[in-house]
Design a protein around this ligand. Structure first.
Ligand SMILES: NC(=O)c1ccc[n+]([C@@H]2O[C@H](COP(=O)([O-])OP(=O)(O)OC[C@H]3O[C@@H](n4cnc5c(N)ncnc54)[C@H](OP(=O)(O)O)[C@@H]3O)[C@@H](O)[C@H]2O)c1
Length: 254
């Protein structure tokens, strides 16, 4: 599949890093940053007409949300074929507004996240009136090559995207704090970092594969009168849960 990525910022780079490991994907970037593309070892063009003449099967827009519709409009004017599937990673840019400037192309708003770089991403995907079955199958296969895909109604894309797209930063903050606490008690920084990353990965894998709720999984670790439940109470006393609620609500613009 010939895939064009527009914009090699944080998200475009993460997707490119993930797709590089996928044999079926041939990548091309439209970027003002040829150095970044050569670091990623992918082909790059800076001219829109040259880019769209490459008969792309899918186009992924990872430019700032405020310019996404305009950039798509420019690509259509430059000759984007109507068969090219358009994916937009822009938060709060509707399928309808993209359809208005690319009326014949299948359109897919989606919110990926940075772990796509290591093919462990989480993508929320909206399948709207501007999709078709054949393109949806191709999009799901493409996105599943860089991680999990959760299909949601477009009106839930914002919250699914906030939880999926922003949470890696919240988890990084938690891991950084855990690392500092471990170092304060004498553990080497690198060993602390490795230990915490392993714990987060293992905990997530168990939560994902287990039939138990996260509350029940926590119950398996908190024996009566034990040390872990004291730590859990300390988290509650210091407003950890409330802080997480607020982080997600604030990131949602609430
Ligand atoms: N970062 C995330 O975790 C994340 C998660 C989900 C969704 N998103 C969405 O992904 C998109 C990109 O986010 P980002 O964090 O990657 O942003 P970013 O790091 O600022 O990168 C955006 C890239 O877009 C290109 N660009 C910038 N201004 C442009 C303009 N006026 N016209 C055309 N291209 C322009 C540049 O690419 P070149 O230098 O290659 O030209 C720039 O590096 C946004 O719509 C965001 O909502 C981001």
């Amino acid at each position: 599949m010939q895939v064009g990525i527009v914009g090699l910022g944080h998200m475009g780079t993460a997707l490119a890093q993930g797709f590089r490991h996928v044999e079926e994907v041939s990548l091309l970037a439209l970027s003002s940053n040829p150095n970044k593309a050569s670091e990623l070892e992918i082909s790059v063009l800076s001219d829109k007409q040259d880019f769209v003449s490459d008969k792309l099967d899918a186009l992924i827009l990872t430019v700032p949300a405020r310019v996404t519709v305009k950039v798509l409009e420019q690509l259509v004017s430059a000759g984007l074929p109507s068969s090219t599937i358009v994916l937009s990673a822009a938060a709060n840019v509707s399928a309808e507004s993209l359809h208005d400037v690319a009326q014949d192309n299948p359109i897919y708003p989606f919110i990926p996240n940075i772990p796509a770089a290591v093919n462990a991403g989480t993508t929320a995907l909206a399948v709207t009136d501007y999709a078709n079955d054949e393109a949806t199958t191709a999009v799901q296969t493409l996105l599943e090559s860089v991680g999990d895909v959760l299909v949601v109604p477009e009106d839930q894309l914002a919250i699914a995207g906030t939880v999926g797209g922003c949470s890696p930063a919240f988890i990084d903050v938690m891991m950084d704090a855990m690392e500092d606490a471990a170092v304060s008690q004498g553990l080497d920084r690198q060993k602390a970092a490795d230990l915490i990353a392993s714990v987060v990965m293992g905990t997530a894998k168990l939560a994902k594969t287990s039939t138990l709720s996260t509350g029940d999984l926590k119950g398996q670790i908190t024996s009566p009168g034990g040390t872990t439940i004291k730590g859990v109470l300390a988290l509650d006393q210091h407003g950890f849960r409330h802080a997480i609620h607020e982080a997600i609500l604030k990131a949602s613009g609430k």
